[in-house]
Structures are given as C-alpha cells and as structure tokens.
Write a protein that binds this ligand. Structure first.
Ligand code: C2O
Ligand code: CU
Length: 474
C-alpha cells in the first residue's frame, strides 16, 4: 500500500548517548482531551465487540453547569472506538433516546445494511430497541460515527464519536498522537441546549453554528507539551454546520492524511480547513521555532472561513485550544519517515457522467426546501448504478452557501475543484463545493449493492432536503 524510507537525522541537535531517553511529552499531556475508551467484550484480538447506548445525559460543557445532551454512553463525544484494519467490529447498540435513531459509520466501506442510513436497507431503531452492527473494518484511517435520523438535531445535541482504524505497518515515528473531535454547541444561561430548529428558515439556510467551540467536548482545553516535539493531530469535524479553518500562528501543518487514510504525499500549509464531516491527519511541531524555551504557550485559532453569504462577516478568530509548554528547551523528534502511498488514479474512460446540482426552492414555492437537481429527498428517485461501474460526478453549487458534499459507502477521487486538479491524490468521502463552485470526482462501485445516500453535510441542509440516493445493483 504505502512505503517509507527512513532518512538520516540530518541536522539533529547534538549527539545523544545510549543512556539518553528520547525526549517525550510530559506525563498527562493530553489529560484535558481524554476520550473515553470502550470495553472490549471479545477475547479475540481481531474482534472488537462493545455495547453502546444512545441516551440523554447531563454533560458539563461549562464546569458547574450541567446540560442535558444526547450522548453515546453518557458523554460528548462518544467513546473512542479504535481497532486495526481488517478487524471485525461488533456494536450492540441500544436506543434509549426519546426518538428513533441509527448509527452511520461515516467513511466506512461496509455493507449497505450496516450503513445506518435511512434507506430501505435499514429502518430506524425505535426508542427502547436494539440493533447489532457487525462488519469488517476494511480501511485504515480516521473516521467517525453519528446518527442518520433527524441528524442536524441529533448530531447538534451531541451524538457523534471518533473511530480510528490503525494500520499496524505504519511507523511509530509520525508523532505523539491526539485525536481531536471538533464540534460546537449553543447553550443558554441555564445550561439548556438551543432547540434544533433555532432561527427557523434562516438558521437552516445558514446552517446552525453553536456559540461554544468544543474539542473532545471541552471548551478551550489545554495540551501540555514539550516544545518542539512533533504531534500528530487526527482532526474530525463533527459539527452540524461549522467549518473549521485552523491556524497555529508561526507554524505550518503537514497534512499526511484525509478522509480515506494517508495521502499520496504529504502537503504543507499554514492552515488546515476541515469542513463538516471531513477529517485531516496533520503533523505539527508546536514551539519548534526559535530554539528558546517557551513559557507563553500558543493558541490554536479558529478563523471564519467564507462559506457563503455573511458567514465570515465581522467574526473575530476564536480560541480552539491552548498549548502550554514544560519550559525546557525545544526538543526534536526523530526524523520524519518519508511518507508515500501509491494511489492509482481511477480510469475515467467510458465512465458514466452524472450531473448533480445542489438547489434551493424559490420563495414562491412556499416553505423553503433544498434539493438535488431541484428535487428534495422526500420526492427523490434513486440514481442508478451497477457494481463495477465507474461514474464521474459533476457537482454544481447553485446558491449562496458552500456545501460539503458526502457520498456514503465509497471513496472517490477528486478530479478538479472549479476546474483545478488537486495537488495530491487522496481518497475522499466528503468534498466542499464552494459558493458558485463545481467539483468533479470519480467513483468506482465495488460489490456492495444497496441504497447509498449522498448529501450535503451541513446537516441543516441535508434535513431540508439536500440528499439523494444511489441505487447500486448487480
Ligand atoms: Cu456523515 Cu450521511 O453522513
Ligand atoms: Cu449544504
């Protein structure tokens, strides 16, 4: 799949003796970002089997102010589900919410009956009911899980969790890892969650963003770090609508992975953009610059990314998390292995062309609905596809807001964004379609027939009708 080359540590600071332990992060460096683990009920090392319950629980987003949130196992986010590629995952799920739900395993290439989407491959799980999810984890990467019923409200109320699939062949030198689930929430003075339909049609049109930015369910948490050491952040945008454009002043990010595991080659940039449902696997060396002991620390900033009418107007940067350093001189991590992964381009010759327009009803048509090619999900017929078929999708935005477009069950390769080919090849399941923009991607369907949803992952837009289905048959 991908190979690595160990480079010599050119320019490593000073000679080290056998006795020197390599520099390490301070004990408890991630305590404020701890994710709850799951209990594995299965002794087989290649099977992860767990119980998971969706229920309303009190969560303290702000200390001393409990908020009744919708949770997996009592916390926001849900527990970290982590296994290795090829493992079997069994989840005994119980719905203890006051309404039906499902779990969608975002980005996993699993059978349609396990996908948790609202199609005839799976019906919603009623309150008090259970469902056993059971499938093989086919790909390494950073994924997440969330409901697919009334999803803007259910996700907005706190139902989302991280799912990491490890590749045991990956080198350990990539960095000290933090899984960072990015989201937001709005609560009032009494700690009450804002209603799912706050702001009416305007809220739906803009996509509802919460006032509190959350990382692993905490407001502005701190990472206690040894300056200079490389950290690997697996970023997951689990917000119902908020885009996360992140900046760490004075620092670059090396993006090594995305939705579908590692990129062909890493990409360096001074910011990272993670639109709703996207993931980014980035390396960063906080406090590396200067060689001085850092006492002040650093702040990871959220920057208002333009995603349509007024969405970046007059919005100052906000703190996402703090980095505090030990006060020792900056250390250096072992040299980064040269990462490369071979991702063969999908052949587009003879591919079926699929045209998708992301649309909104006009005011004369009555209550606002959104749709695909003018048709809201409730009236949509499915788009036909055959196992083994290759399709090239052209997804066009026809209105004033950007749409992170997601296809269930299959990775695709982006061919171009507004006519420009991406710099590196990667597997994706969600891609942002900018205002007035257009994205073309190629997808090849493997042998998993069924109904597969596609939709805008601004969940307010999805629930307003911007969803469709691929009907995949033999
Ligand atoms: Cu995370 Cu239907 O999506
Ligand atoms: Cu949208």
């Amino acid at each position: 799949m991908w190979s690595l080359l160990l480079l010599t540590c050119a320019g490593c600071s000073g000679p080290s003796t056998e006795a020197d332990a390599p520099p390490a992060q301070p004990a408890g460096w991630l305590d404020e970002l701890a994710l709850r683990p799951v209990v594995d009920l299965n002794p087989d090392p290649n099977t992860l089997e767990l119980n998971l319950e969706a229920r309303v629980s009190n969560v303290e987003l702000i200390a001393g102010k409990p908020t009744a949130m919708w949770t997996y196992d009592g916390g926001v986010p849900g527990p970290l589900i982590r296994a290795k590629v090829g493992d079997r995952l069994i989840v005994h799920f119980k719905n203890s919410l006051p309404e039906p739900t499902t779990i969608h395993w975002h980005g996993l290439r699993i059978p349609a009956a396990m996908d948790g989407a609202l199609t005839h491959d799976q019906s919603p799980i009623a309150p008090g009911e259970t469902f056993d999810y059971d499938f093989i984890l086919p790909d390494a990467g950073t994924f997440w899980y969330h409901p697919h019923v009334n999803s803007a409200t259910q996700v907005g109320n706190g139902l989302y969790g991280p799912l990491i699939v490890d590749d045991p062949a990956e080198p350990p030198e990539l960095g000290d890892e933090a899984v960072l689930v990015l989201s937001d929430a709005s609560i009032d003075e009494d700690g009450e969650l804002a209603p799912g339909d706050a702001g009416g049609d305007f809220g739906t049109l803009f996509g509802r963003e919460g006032d509190l930015i959350l990382v692993n369910g905490r407001v502005n948490p701190t990472i206690f770090a040894r300056a200079g050491l490389r950290q690997r952040w697996r970023l997951i945008n689990a917000a119902r609508s908020r885009f996360f454009e992140l900046h760490l002043p004075g620092h670059d990010f090396t993006r090594i992975g995305g939705d579908g595991g590692l990129l062909e080659t890493p990409e360096v940039a001074d910011s990272v953009l993670v639109t709703p449902a996207e993931r980014a696997d980035v390396l960063v060396e906080p406090g590396r610059a200067g060689g001085q002991a850092l006492t002040d620390g650093l702040t990871l900033l959220w920057h208002a990314h333009y995603r349509g009418y007024g969405t970046d107007f007059n919005r100052p940067d906000e703190d996402v998390l703090q980095l505090r350093f030990t006060g020792e001189a900056p250390a250096r991590s072992a040299a980064l292995p040269a990462l490369s992964r071979t991702i063969a381009p999908l052949d587009t010759t003879g591919a079926t062309q699929v045209d998708i327009s992301l649309t909104i009803s006009s005011p004369e048509q009555g209550p606002m609905t959104m749709g695909i090619n003018g048709v809201p999900f409730t009236e949509a017929s499915h788009l036909p596809a055959r196992v083994g078929e290759t399709q090239v999708w052209t997804v066009k935005n026809t209105f004033e807001f950007a749409h992170p477009f997601h296809l269930h069950g299959f990775f695709f390769q982006v061919l171009d964004v507004n006519g420009v080919a991406p710099a590196v090849r990667e597997w994706k399941d969600t891609v942002n379609v900018q205002v007035d923009g257009q994205v073309r991607f190629v997808v090849k369907y493997d042998d998993r027939p069924g109904m597969w949803m596609f939709h805008c992952h601004i969940l307010d837009h999805a629930d307003a009708g911007m969803m469709g289905m691929v009907g995949l048959t033999q």
